[in-house]
Design a protein around this ligand. Structure first.
Ligand code: AAT
Length: 290
């Protein structure tokens, strides 16, 4: 048995949580916004935490980023412009650039230090996406950015990705009905919002509340669920849109689109996982029924 001080522990609620053996500390410090640590862990290699919460790791990042990005974007005919709020590690941008029609990804990250850390320590998470010429990197508060941006009709976003810390503490205001409404204003006529919701088993009220808020703003809200190893649990995500519905694509159509777009190197996502992610056990259906 290892002692508590070689463990990185994350609480999922006040009664439960999970841990990973820490391994070697590579860098730690405080930014003007949050504290950070980069570890080299035996289970997942490089691992990044903010304020003591797991953000991403090079060993499991594909579970999170592939589903957050490809579930909505495969439903769009030609995803061309995307906005990521948060996501300074570059993992979401990397997945977006796999769609050959992608012309521009605007990434609005609050904390310059997160981008610096990712460039230095997390190359297997961003795979160079942070230096892709199609990336428009802006260090700013996503809340203010979404409120004040007024793109011309042809410059609206096909996808807005909330790749944010959990809706407790600083990011709380980016999970409100008002913020979702501001995001909707920026979406194109194939537009969708993609975000993560939390752990239905351990944070059921949070997941249900977010789905309710999204349903007040968007016509079609499709929660989907994936096991995310770093987060220690089944994790909810949602695709919210007035234009696309991920349930309309069959597994075969998803696989055909992946093939025709030349997206062949994914580690998680395929037509079967796309469809399966929307299959909800009864207790989750009940949790999500208003
Ligand atoms: N790609 C998976 C990693 C993240 S990190 C979330 C990012 O959101 C952090 O870099 C943080 O600095 C940024 N962020 C927080 N608030 C804002 C804001 N207001 N505007 C812009 N960026 C912000 C997601 C982790 C998910 C954790 C699940 N438990």
């Amino acid at each position: 048995m290892s002692s508590d001080n070689d463990r990185l522990i994350e609480a999922l609620n006040e009664n439960a949580g999970h841990y990973l053996k820490s391994g070697r500390l590579i860098e730690a410090g405080d930014t003007p916004f949050q504290s950070y640590e980069v570890w080299d862990t035996p289970q997942f290699g490089r691992l990044f935490r903010l304020d003591g919460f797991f953000m991403t790791s090079e060993g499991d990042e594909f579970f999170y980023h592939e589903n957050l990005i490809h579930v909505p974007s495969i439903c769009q005919i030609d995803p061309r412009r995307a906005l990521i709020i948060g996501g300074g590690d570059g993992g979401s941008a990397d997945e977006l650039f796999k769609h050959p029609t992608m012309e521009k990804v605007t990434l609005v990250e609050l904390d310059q230090k997160v981008v610096d850390i990712a460039r230095r320590h997390l190359p297997k998470v961003h795979n160079g996406a942070l230096d892709d010429p199609r990336l428009d990197l802006q260090i700013a508060d996503g809340l203010a950015y979404v409120r004040t941006t007024a793109p011309a009709a042809g410059e609206r976003f096909d996808l807005i990705v909330l790749d944010l810390t959990d809706p407790i503490g600083p990011a709380e205001a980016l999970y409100t009905e008002a913020f979702f409404t501001d995001c909707k204003r920026l979406l194109s006529d194939q537009g969708a919002l993609s975000l993560h919701l939390g752990a239905p088993v351990f944070q059921g009220e949070r997941v249900a509340m977010l789905v309710t808020r999204l349903r007040r703003v968007f016509n079609t809200v499709r929660p989907h669920f994936h096991y995310i190893p770093l987060y220690g649990s089944l994790w909810g995500m949602a695709c919210a849109s007035d234009h696309i519905d991920p349930l309309r694509l069959s597994p075969v159509e998803v696989d055909q689109r992946l093939l025709s777009r030349g997206i062949q190197q994914l580690q998680y996502y395929n037509g079967d996982t796309h469809r399966a992610a929307f299959a909800q056990p009864n207790y989750i259906r009940q949790c999500l029924t208003p």
